[in-house]
Design a protein. Structure first.
Length: 66
């Protein structure tokens, strides 16, 4: 997938900044892994009461663990 340029700027006051991508109903939103993981290469995600960890690997992959 290629990164699409953002059409809106992220507002630090907005709790959920907009994601880039098409607004077509059958196209999922796209967001850069760098934007998600930040400089630490790590993101904790709460989903239905469970906490998952998304991390970048040293070889450039992603791992999602519960």
């Amino acid at each position: 997938m290629s990164a699409m340029p953002s059409t809106q700027s992220a507002d630090p006051q907005t709790p959920n900044p907009p994601v880039t991508g098409s607004t077509a109903p059958d196209t999922p939103p796209e967001i850069s892994s760098l934007r998600l993981l930040g400089g630490q290469g790590l993101l904790r995600i709460e989903h239905r009461g469970a906490v998952y960890t998304l991390r970048a690997t040293s070889k450039g992959g992603l791992i999602l663990t519960k």
